[in-house]
Design a protein around this ligand. Structure first.
Ligand code: CP
Length: 306
């Protein structure tokens, strides 16, 4: 018997319990197998309207939510801010109220402002999923990361996981810093001082070799130039904080490599390593993103479907 999800919205990992997270991962598992099948059509969201409102660019998140909704049978509409009345000065509040009046059954939103998804959720009559709000959270990315780790390594509990690069400005890191410890992982944050959080809850390392040493997972992040006031001096960044086969083999020989994308090859990660599917789980992350988003859409609309 399918269980209702005990939350109306998915705005962040904050507020979720370990059982909530594990329930989503368990719901996503069968979708991962389903998505490898020849015919990828399930009608459980038939008759429901899903709006994807992405105020920031996206490849992985937008398309995987669109594909996820369509595979579940939803009517999916993408709201394009650049072609909308946002360009005529319409506020986020008025945009949300306008979309709400069209009676969607679920809204997926990405926005450049921290807290935007929660602000919009307060105005909507339907569940809202945060697909990334500024440097706030990106919960479905953290969920798909957890599923990727669990499927590649068989567990999360007890693993040593290094998050490396621009941790300070990353909503992916913010969500993973909440989810992975809840699931029993030991986290380390690695990067130059300017890219580490002011008040870290986990051990920090400015020396990459030391930070990734003995880790089971090395998660790389791009530098989020769009969220920086002052641009970082990039000279020597790859030497100091870029991940290569040589560094990985020397300091974390058994680790898998992850990256939420988009990648900057030759900056935070060497292209040959990113393409090495024996070490790199980057395309697994993309694939499992569809399964996780199908699970989230299904769980959050169960109450409406009765
Ligand atoms: N990981 C991620 O959020 O990628 P996109 O910006 O392409 O959605």
């Amino acid at each position: 018997m399918p269980q209702p999800f005990p939350h109306r919205h998915l705005l962040g990992i904050e507020g979720l319990s370990a059982p909530d997270i594990l329930a989503i991962l368990d719901e996503a598992e069968p979708w991962a197998a389903f998505n490898r099948g020849a015919r990828k059509a399930d009608g459980r969201l038939a008759g429901l309207t899903q709006i994807n409102a992405f105020f920031e660019n996206s490849t992985r998140t937008l398309f995987s939510f669109e594909i996820a909704g369509k595979r579940l049978g939803a009517q999916v509409s993408n709201f394009h801010p650049a072609a909308s009345s946002v360009r005529k000065g319409e506020s986020l509040t008025d945009t949300a109220l306008t979309l709400n009046a069209m009676r969607p059954d679920i809204l997926v939103i990405r926005h450049e402002a921290d807290g935007a998804a929660a602000d919009v959720a307060a105005l909507m009559d339907c569940p809202v999923i945060n697909a990334g709000d500024g440097a706030g959270e990106h919960p479905t990315q953290a969920l798909l990361d957890a599923l990727t780790i669990r499927r590649r390594l068989g567990r999360i509990d007890g693993l040593k996981i290094a998050i490396c690069g621009d941790v300070r400005h990353s909503r992916v890191a913010a969500s993973n810093m909440r989810s992975l410890p809840l699931l029993g992982a030991e986290l380390r944050l690695v990067g130059p001082p300017a890219l580490l959080p002011d008040h870290p809850q986990q051990p920090v390392f400015t020396d990459m070799a030391e930070g990734i040493s003995g880790c089971d997972v090395v998660m790389m992040l791009r530098i989020q130039h769009e969220r920086m006031g002052e641009q970082l001096e990039m000279e020597d960044y790859h030497d100091s904080y870029g991940l290569t086969h040589a560094k990985l083999d020397k300091y974390a020989p058994n680790a898998i490599v992850m990256h939420p994308g988009p990648m900057n090859r030759g900056v935070e990660i060497d292209g040959a390593l990113a393409d090495d599917s024996a070490r790199s789980a980057i395309l697994d992350q993309v694939e499992l993103g569809v399964a996780v988003r199908m699970a989230c859409l299904d769980l959050l609309t169960r109450a409406r479907r009765g």
